[in-house]
Design a binder for this molecule. Structure first.
Ligand code: NAP
Length: 312
């Protein structure tokens, strides 16, 4: 594993542009922050972008903004409705993709911060939006991803490192008042990495050439930082000068969506440095590397969505 930052040279970026032309990329939460800038960068490289989003007006405005900038009518930029609060919306999503034969990249990016409440199916809201709906979305899109040997990116957080094993013994249904908002967020972010590793293991065991990778986008000045508890807000306020703007926050997603030899990033966790800027490969916490917990979470997830998830 490298501890040196990874830099992308201009030549490498140009090569990626060629690679992305005509590719189909789905991005959840592409109306704001990291997701919007990821969409902008990949569209500039020629990738078609499917905006998997819940707010039609906001999405159409985003599409117009990016369309005006790229001035390339061959690039498809499309809104497809997805509300991660509702598993029925996730289940319905593939029916909106009838005119796509394959999906090359799925970026599970949308997320909420220190939120309270439950989803339509009664799942704790942070866990439901950040993780469970993306688990089901990935399952639903697997036939299209398999056709293109596609790659999946899970946008998680360095905040995963404060999740504890006991949090995975606590309820996933109901508002979970026994956990603090920070604990609910870190559990959801740890779940994304546990899922990444469990899914990659299934790909490897079945000799499937798809890849699943997780990443922390950095400390990024976005709306999600407004939705935090008092303690975290104070820390964010102090760190504000060294946080990055959304275009830089999109760099890790763009790099992992476009880089060559995707088999080398499968199952791994990448991190955009807070103090030393750059993309690093990191092991993640001990918890997310626990294979037994990865498998336990897979069963819990199947139970929560009421469906078995088999990759082959
Ligand atoms: N910013 C950071 O410093 C930071 C650090 C670590 C990890 N992250 C992760 O980066 C990802 C992107 O966050 P961001 O910073 O870009 O935040 P953001 O600007 O608040 O964007 C969040 C996106 O998620 C979407 N979303 C929220 N609830 C949704 C739902 N029920 N259904 C569909 N979409 C929904 C939002 O859509 P609407 O526009 O419709 O609200 C928005 O597009 C998140 O997974 C976050 O955990 C961010």
């Amino acid at each position: 594993m490298t501890s040196k930052p990874i830099y992308i040279s201009r030549n490498t970026a140009r090569k990626h542009e060629a690679v992305m032309t005509g590719k189909n990329t789905i991005i959840s939460g592409a109306t704001a922050g990291v997701g919007k800038e990821t969409a902008r960068s990949l569209a500039k490289m020629g990738s078609n972008i499917i905006f998997a989003t819940r707010n039609k007006e906001k999405t159409l405005n985003t599409i117009t903004e990016i369309r005006d900038e790229i001035r390339d009518d061959t690039v498809r930029l499309e809104y497809k409705h997805l509300d991660l609060m509702d598993l029925d919306s996730v289940r319905n999503f593939p029916t909106l993709l009838n005119d796509y034969d394959t999906i090359d990249v799925l970026i599970n990016n949308a997320g909420v911060g220190h939120d309270t409440g439950v989803t339509e199916q009664g799942i704790e809201k942070t866990f439901g939006i950040n993780y469970v709906s993306h688990f089901l979305l990935t399952k639903q899109l697997m036939p299209l991803l398999l056709k293109s040997k596609g790659r999946i990116l899970n946008v998680t957080s360095m905040g995963h490192s404060t999740a504890k094993r006991k949090h995975f013994d606590m309820p996933f249904k109901g508002a979970c008042p026994g956990m603090t908002p920070q604990q609910r967020y870190s559990r959801s972010k740890a779940a994304q990495i546990l899922f990444t590793k469990a899914l990659q293991r299934r790909f490897d065991q079945n000799h499937i050439c798809c890849n699943c990778t997780s990443l922390h986008p950095g400390g990024v000045r976005t709306k999600i930082l407004d939705n935090q508890t008092w303690g975290t807000t104070t820390i964010i306020f102090m760190l504000r000068p060294i946080l990055v703007d959304p275009p830089e926050g999109a760099r890790t997603s763009v790099y992992l969506a476009t880089r060559d030899r995707p088999q080398e990033i499968g199952g791994k966790y990448f991190y955009y440095g807070l103090f030393r800027k750059g993309i690093y490969e990191k092991p993640g916490s001990d918890l997310v590397n626990d294979e037994a917990l990865q498998e336990k979470l897979w069963e819990i997830s199947e139970d929560l969505v009421g469906e078995e998830f088999r990759v082959a």
